[in-house]
Design a protein around this ligand. Structure first.
Ligand code: SAH
Ligand code: SF4
Ligand code: F3S
Length: 483
């Protein structure tokens, strides 16, 4: 993961594991600043789902007369949408909250709220033990935010961390924050029913539920009409998306599986690219792969976290697949979608991991030839199955040494993968200026690789597609020229 900060680009799947991005997200100002009597500032951490949630929160607050500000110094309400995935993420956020506390102390009347997964995990501890914040609101309780703000203004304790079995915010049209106007995230489900033993998400996000397909299609169509050209469908485990609508008049029972949903989104327009994240190796189906192969606008890219290459460790992690099963999935993807980009998440130093288990992870990376990976060392999380059942017994130096080894191997694999693209021509969706120079465009190919190329003298705009031939690369970027 680790250079995600440098490669921070809106709409990029990689942000899903961004544990402490100092990414501020901003709701647009109204043309007339007097439209809004109060201002809020929101800062988001963690996965893409959290960033998507901040856009729901912005929409709810806009309705209540709050406009956004990019400067927390000017805000009446400061919100931090938090992540609990690793201890380090929580520490970073805690530091940030301490900074905001100072502002609160200087400017009475300013409210600070903690949203998201840390709010869910720590609940009213934030108010009682530390008095760091005025509001604590869990991921399923954002509709009650306006009432909680009112309460907090009146000096009440404002906490709502109830998890829901139904809430999908389906009817709330997100206010796009800090958007490039080309790529957007669309939540298709919430929560997670898997119980990977290392993971805190099932506790902070609650039970899995799917959003109704009609509202998803409507949101994607609206985005397309507004000029967006790429949507990323988001869920912790998109392959278990499932919707059985109430019995229709014709008596036929129709169900919407993830493959069907993908197809429905792909049919909106051939000019709208579709991506998705995250797929679980145990759940991704041939149906999904066939649908990807059938529609040119469904991108040939799958983020398929392996976590470990050792069957023994995978079992302790409760991932429910073996090393061989995972390899089988990789083969199947390569067979049905030649040239498909594949990326992964990897954890080193999970409980009882030996040198041999670690070697299995390295050989799995070589076998799968991941184009990119997000790599972490294991961080024990309170309340998880692993914390209750196993000892966190791999010493930190060993965890870090192994992490370094997998990072080095991934760097080598990424460079090899990029080098093998030299000479190839790709269809690229222009997302904006390159980071380095406004004389260059930056875009992505179907495989989700970043391509930078000179603008030359063509009249092009972001949101357009161009064919680009690659003539050079770095480990992270392809460099090309329009053809
Ligand atoms: N739902 C997604 C990922 C969610 S969390 C999936 O199933 O793949 C993103 C990544 O963070 C995970 O894939 C895992 O690699 C990492 N992660 C989760 N819990 C962790 C922990 N306790 N320590 C270190 N890394 C962790
Ligand atoms: Fe966590 Fe596993 Fe669910 Fe992913 S699938 S969110 S890793 S429990
Ligand atoms: Fe973090 Fe919660 Fe996402 S723990 S990774 S913000 S679901």
């Amino acid at each position: 993961m680790l250079d995600y900060v440098a490669d921070k680009l809106p709409g990029h799947n990689q942000d899903i594991h961004n544990e402490a991005r100092q990414g501020e997200a901003y709701a647009p100002f109204a043309n007339d600043p007097n439209t809004y009597s109060k201002k809020f500032y929101i800062e988001s951490y963690g996965c893409q789902m959290n960033f998507a949630d901040s856009e729901i929160v912005a929409s709810i607050l806009n309705q209540e007369g709050f406009g956004a500000t990019r400067h927390y110094e000017n805000a009446d309400l400061i919100l931090v949408n938090t992540c609990s995935i690793r201890e380090k993420a929580e520490q970073t956020i805690r530091k940030r909250l301490t900074e905001f506390k100072k502002i609160k102390d200087k400017k009475p009347g300013v409210l600070v709220g903690v949203l998201g997964c840390m709010a869910e995990r720590l609940k009213s501890k934030f108010l009682e033990e530390e008095k760091l914040v005025d509001l604590v609101v869990g991921p399923d309780a954002y509709r009650t935010l306006p009432a909680l703000v009112d309460g907090a203004e009146g000096g009440q304790k404002a906490v709502n961390v109830l998890l829901s079995r139904e809430e999908t915010y389906a009817d709330i049209s997100p206010v796009r924050l800090d958007s490039n106007g080309v790529t957007a995230f669309v939540s298709i489900m919430r929560g997670c029913n898997n119980m990977c033993s290392f993971c805190v998400v099932p506790f902070t996000r609650g039970r899995e539920r799917s959003r109704d397909a009609e509202s998803i299609i409507k949101e994607c169509k609206d985005l397309y009409d507004k000029g967006y050209r790429e949507v990323t469908l988001l869920g912790q485990n998109v392959d278990s998306y499932y919707q059985a609508p109430p019995a229709p008049q014709d008596g036929i029972v129709r169900t919407v599986t993830f493959a069907k949903l993908l197809e429905m989104v792909a049919q909106i327009s051939p000019l709208l690219r579709v991506r998705f994240s995250t797929s679980h190796p145990k759940d991704i189906t041939d149906d999904v792969l066939h649908t990807m192969a059938k529609y040119e606008n469904i991108c040939n890219y799958i983020h398929l976290p392996v976590q470990s290459g050792s069957t023994r460790i995978l079992q302790l992690m409760n991932r429910t697949y073996t090393r061989e099963w995972y390899m089988g999935k990789i083969n199947r993807i390569r067979e049905l979608i030649p040239g498909c980009g594949i990326s992964s998440d990897i954890i080193t130093g999970f409980c009882t991991e030996t040198g041999n288990d670690h070697s299995d992870t390295l050989s799995m990376m070589e076998y799968s030839k991941f184009d990119m990976s997000y790599m972490f060392f294991y961080s024990e999380r309170p309340g998880t199955l692993a914390q209750k059942r196993f000892e966190d017994d791999v010493p930190e130096e060993i965890k870090k040494k192994r992490l370094l080894e997998i990072v080095e191997l991934q760097n080598k694999l990424s460079l090899e993968s990029n080098k093998s693209d030299i000479g190839k021509t790709f269809k690229v969706l222009i997302e904006g200026n390159s980071k380095r120079s406004d004389k260059d465009w930056m875009g992505r190919n179907s495989q989700n690789k970043v391509i930078v190329f000179p603008k030359e003298n063509y009249e092009l705009k972001k949101g357009q597609y161009v064919m680009v031939q690659v003539h050079d690369c770095t480990q992270a970027t392809l460099i090309g020229k329009m053809v």
